[in-house]
Design a protein around this ligand. Sequence first.
Ligand SMILES: Cc1cc2nc3c(=O)[nH]c(=O)nc-3n(C[C@H](O)[C@H](O)[C@H](O)COP(=O)(O)OP(=O)(O)OC[C@H]3O[C@@H](n4cnc5c(N)ncnc54)[C@H](O)[C@@H]3O)c2cc1C
Length: 441
Amino acid sequence: MDEKFDCIIVGAGVAGLAAAMTLAKNNMKFLLIEKGEFPGSKNVSGGVLWGNDLNKLVPNYWEEDDSGWDRFINHRRLTFMDEQSSFSVDFKSSHFNEPPYTGVVVLRSKFDKWLAGKVEEAIAESDFAMDSFVAPNILVEEVLEEDGKVVGIRTGEDKFYADSVILAEGVNNLLTRQVGLQDKYVPADHMLTGVKEIIRFDQDVLENRFQLNGKSGMSNEFVGHATNGVEGGGFLYTNKDTVSIGLVLGLKDLREKEQTPYDILNHFKKHPAVADMIRGGEVVEYSAHVVSSGDKRVMPEKLYKAGLMVCGEAANLLMNAGKAIQGMDYAMRSGILAAEAITKAKEKGDFGESAMKAYQDTLEDSYVMKDINNFQDAVHLLHDPFMIDKMPNLLCDFGRNFFSIKNEPTKKARNMFSDSVKKHASYWDLVKIGAKGAKAL
Ligand SMILES: Cc1cc2nc3c(=O)[nH]c(=O)nc-3n(C[C@H](O)[C@H](O)[C@H](O)COP(=O)(O)OP(=O)(O)OC[C@H]3O[C@@H](n4cnc5c(N)ncnc54)[C@H](O)[C@@H]3O)c2cc1C
């Protein structure tokens, strides 16, 4: 391996694998390095891969026998919780039954491994079948620079050289910091921690309980009492014969409220609405991982320098505005765009700063940055204490009254709503949150 590569990719998560697949298809010579034992072994995700970019990488992936994903989403639910009740917005549609799907549930250790296998297949069909590599179990310790240009990487005593490097190292972006692109110090206070359990069921039990048909699946997001007063939210996704259940929690709030993620997860699992869904299941896996907040203020302003680009969550590309956590799709699209910029750079024989800038330009033009920019207010709204506490209490209180039938004269719904507002907030609170919501959404 002493020859120079067109590109070295650091990290075989979704971003790195998407970049690798695109480079292989574009007949480029590359090295994809992953510190884990195999791609996916270090990765945690809730996880629904939203949108359709997977189809760009592996056309008609749904036709494959074992294509790394567990279920397609045709049933979505957003639940507001108080201590005992839950009030949900629930949407199910057979429009979502046909591929390309709106989202597929993935378990990362299986999905990333499968996608890495597809990358190996694409390498085998390229001109560099013997010269491009997916190399697991290697930690990249340093990015090498010469005369202001990135020229390769160092792992232990070994150095590997390339015209370009893609950093797809995920949220713990040590190399991005090392090359000076994470210009702002990101205090832990701006990050969240994700905790997740995988709970196994008999497949028939799971399918009956969640009304799943064939490969259909459900995603459920939770706001309110799920997090026991700590900033964040919960999720539950149905896999083939397991559910992924977890929380994302603000690190600062956890510290200030002296709570631990594990205790809050246990608290969430005991809520009547959740306990009934997971009853009889067996916990088979527990994992935790830092996750970006989706706050654009912590994103590196520049995602490139001569010979280098930063993709995926290493660039803090993530959004959670309540409707869904979008991180994998952003990672995938950014990996594709970086690889396309490198392909063009090779055609022109120029891997300088302006060639790498083309990546950020196309990213800005893509749905990734358009959504991150457009929905910043929604990200902040989700973290507003009103949404964590007063709103779920108010909605559940209203729901309890509205759905109670007592053989007594029934109040009009507007009066019930007014009572709940008075009990849990004020009309002024509602006006303020309404104005924020109108601006955000
Ligand atoms: C609890 C939880 C739930 C989530 N739910 C969802 C969801 O439902 N939908 C969604 O879209 N997103 C979700 N996300 C976010 C999503 O997981 C990330 O945004 C996504 O994984 C980012 O992909 P990536 O490729 O940028 O980074 P990663 O997937 O983190 O991959 C980075 C890779 O780089 C490797 N690496 C790092 N440093 C080095 C090094 N120095 N040398 C070699 N290898 C290195 C790592 O081992 C890893 O394999 C969730 C996250 C969490 C924590």
